[in-house]
Write a protein that binds this ligand. Structure first.
Ligand code: NCD
Length: 300
């Protein structure tokens, strides 16, 4: 695991064996609770960007492991309001001595530099557009539960790939596991990635794929103000997942979305009741994958 002896900022240095072992551990924790720590240690959850799933998932994972969560919820009533920087906030919480720092922040924060200034591991819980490694892990764990064989699997990432940290982490993860990656969306959302097969047509992409993961259109990262209703409607028609567009998708396929969902843009609400959809299973699995990671890092 990279960036300092034990910090977890990306997936680059994880081997395939380490990833599969982590999944196995998560599978066991899902089947049966693990041993609880009785050391009274804590984990600080520092969220400088909005979050529902990731923050509460790490919090649940901490309770399941016996680590007391200290939650810093970035906004009103914190010293950020008085102009304290993210870096100072992290260093001050680190001074309280938690066992881990779980951080969500923007690209401007140098988590690598911070990880060298603190004495405990930092875990990336969503870092600007750079990456969101635990999300990618829980997505693929969910796929593995359903489709078992990852080698050669055809995994389609749909939509705002360019602005998605989830996609960035998937590019790191999927190639290590021998998974084939396809991307599909409007030109302005695509990236050049030699690993990825690029589709411009949703029907073709869905006919190719065994897993289809829709991404939230990251309006807040586009920096162009509000996107007009017209272009949202165009996006929905060309790239939105719906019962109609999903006719082209394998009946044994898996549909994913990391959440939060823009209903009626990248995904129609009806898709959530499609038997191929695993969106809430992803959320459930997130707790076990993060618990497995905390336990792994604690021991190493
Ligand atoms: C994602 C994130 O914050 O990067 N959500 C999540 O953590 N489940 C995806 C998103 O915001 O679109």
């Amino acid at each position: 695991m990279s960036n300092g002896p034990t910090s977890f900022l990306d997936l680059k240095s994880l081997s395939k064996t380490q990833i599969l072992n982590l999944f196995e551990r998560a599978r066991q924790l899902k089947a049966k609770p693990g041993k609880l720590l009785t050391t009274g240690e804590r984990v600080a959850l520092l969220f400088f960007e909005p979050s529902t799933r990731t923050r509460m998932s790490f919090e649940s994972a901490a309770y399941r492991f016996g680590l007391g969560p200290l939650v810093f919820d970035g906004g009103p009533n914190t010293s950020l309001e008085k102009g304290e920087t993210v870096e100072d906030s992290v260093l001050n919480v680190a001074a309280m001595g938690p066992r881990f720092l779980v951080v969500r922040c923007g690209d401007a924060v140098d988590l690598e530099a911070l990880s060298k200034l603190v004495s405990m591991p930092i875990l990336n819980a969503g870092w600007g557009v750079k990456g969101h490694p635990t999300q990618a892990l829980l997505d693929v764990f969910t796929v593995q539960e359903n489709l078992v064989h990852l080698e050669g699997l055809r995994f389609l990432i749909l939509g705002d790939v360019r602005h998605s940290r989830v996609a960035a982490s998937h590019f790191e993860l999927l190639s290590k596991l021998g998974v084939e990656v396809g991307i599909c969306g409007p030109d302005e959302f695509m990236v050049q990635n030699p690993q990825a097969k690029i589709f411009t047509d949703l029907e073709q992409a869905l006919s190719w794929a065994q897993v289809a993961m829709a991404l939230r259109v990251q309006f807040e990262r586009h920096g162009v103000g509000n996107v007009g209703q017209e272009s949202k409607e165009l996006y929905r028609q060309k790239f939105g997942l719906s019962s109609r567009s999903l006719r082209a998708f394998s009946k044994d396929g898996i549909i994913l979305h990391p959440g939060p969902i823009n209903h009626g843009i990248e995904l129609e609400t009806e898709v959530l009741s499609d038997p191929r959809c695993r969106v809430l299973e992803q959320v459930k699995n997130g707790v076990f994958v993060r618990e497995a990671l905390l336990r792994e890092l604690y021991e190493n």
